[in-house]
Write a new protein. Sequence first.
Length: 432
Amino acid sequence: MPAIAIIGAQWGDEGKGKATDLLGSSVDYVVKFNGGNNAGHTVVIDTPDGKQEKYALHLLPSGILTPGCTPVIGNGVVVDLDVLMEELDGLESRGVDTSKLVVSASAHVIADYNRTLDKVTERFLGSRRLGTTGRGIGPTYADKMNRIGIRIQDLFDEKILRQKVEGALELKGQVLTKIYNRRAPLVDETVAELLKHADRLRPMVRDTGLLLNQALDRGETVLLEAGQATLLDVDHGTYPFVTSSSATAGGACTGSGIPPMRMDQVIGIVKAYTTRVGEGPFPTELFDDSGEHLRKVGAEFGTTTGRPRRCGWYDAVIARYAARVNGVTDFVLTKLDVLTGLEQVPVCVAYDVGGVRHDEMPVNQTDFHHAVPIYEYLPGWWEDISGARTFADLPQNAQDYVRAVEKMSGARISAVGVGPSRDATVVVHPLI
């Protein structure tokens, strides 16, 4: 059986958690392979008594909500231990079994000094700020690349841990005190902070690359779940307004230890419109009542930060780009129901940059920043689609919208989200 990657094909918040949860009962492992608690997934589950349970996950893989599925935090993730334990406690208090969680010994740990550096650096940048969440993600990835990072496995050798903390603080202490006028953390307090969860964490820690490849050898299915999205990828996104990790299908391999030849399906998640959180260019962004309508009806506020999301119409240019960069085999189109009630629905099919039409992403950031969307206008629909469970259940104009977007986006649309709950999905082609 294959490894399957689920990636965001826009700027995040597309509904990857719901898509992962939808497939959870059909897979054996769900792996978070990048990012940290700087993004979140919201999953809504219908209960036997007809109610809905809403879960906001920030660090844990969505598969933790599916009985029988093993959730894995891969080596490409940076882990805030306090957040991890708080999330586990929160789920356990609601009756969710978290005992199968596995954490990579090679995942990096977010230390207190990196959270502090993240916040003070962003304030220092002022108008040039990047819009980070201030959770220490970027500085921790920087430590990883600078080879002064702290890994999960270091927590179980206090001598090694202390040496690494001392080495990191030799520089960071100077930066905090002499540049930012902040108190430098002490080695002892930092070590104590990092060690406080070590005993609870120890049974969860494994060589996850070995674990996952052995699972594939046995014919089991592994689902690789991206944090953030393609346009936030550190290599392929709208740099520098990006995250600090690889959020594309290529990152699924490096962040999990699964080789490329074992991954034969990439599912891209696209919202029926577009949103973005933080700074950076956004060609279809709306500043009028239409943008506020999408934000209100779509409940477009960050799962992790609560920040209002910037909203705009569907952008087929970035969908095509994401399909190409990731090798998308299937798209899942989410939140189609949010477009109900619009007389017509604009779709960006190309950009105008200084009078020149661009059907693909401009090669440089300056052109992308000045890109003006070229729209096609599709007829809207008024019927409530939240109860649709087959493609034929959708009104004709909604079907036409899906087919038009599919043709523009570079890969087939295999599922359509028509509401927030787990089962509010129209499956056009089976994903597994």
